[in-house]
Design a protein around this ligand. Structure first.
Ligand code: CU
Length: 168
């Protein structure tokens, strides 16, 4: 009897330890993804196109890493509540892209014709991000590219522009 109770307690203690460890891992994972939110979203080559899937946030756009010469199919997914009067339309002037975002999937297509950094923004130019066009996706260092783009004075997605707070 005693031994059996002891085993039960041991099992409970082990279970609690597993739950606690899981909670710590989940927290770390959450912190990590928040930390990497500014990393660029890198395209994936699929035959003759390259695809990217991004999540819209209410205060920024992601930097994108794409390969020169391959048509891009970018899905900027907008979860409920993320679209506001500031981020609701984005423009990529170099590619003639002007898109009004809808809740759900937003497929944005363009073909990067040469390497370099292509700026894009919301329709009012307050949220800025970059399309980083490289000659070879497989050798592109996404984090280095993102870090580089965020040292630029008009770049980065940190903080909500004042216009957005006012108009939202
Ligand atoms: Cu805006």
């Amino acid at each position: 009897m005693k031994k059996s109770n002891g085993n039960k307690i041991l099992v409970v203690v082990v279970l609690l330890a597993v739950v606690a460890a899981g909670a710590v891992l989940a927290m770390n994972k959450g912190l990590f993804s928040a930390d990497s939110a500014n990393a660029a979203d890198k395209a994936v080559l699929e035959g003759n196109v390259q695809t990217i899937t991004s999540e819209l946030t209410d205060n920024g756009y992601p930097d994108l890493v794409v390969q020169e010469g391959v048509p891009v199919r970018w899905n900027l997914h907008a979860a409920a509540g993320t679209i506001n009067s500031c981020n609701n339309a984005l423009v990529i002037p170099a590619y003639g892209v002007e898109v009004e975002l809808q809740e759900g999937d937003n497929i944005i297509e363009f073909t990067p014709d040469k390497t370099g950094t292509i700026p894009y923004s919301c329709w009012m130019g307050m949220i800025n991000a970059d399309v980083l066009v490289v000659d070879d996706l497989s050798s592109a260092d996404t984090k280095a590219l993102a870090a580089r783009s965020e040292t630029g004075d008009s770049n980065g997605t940190a903080g909500i522009p004042s216009c957005c707070g006012v108009q939202n």
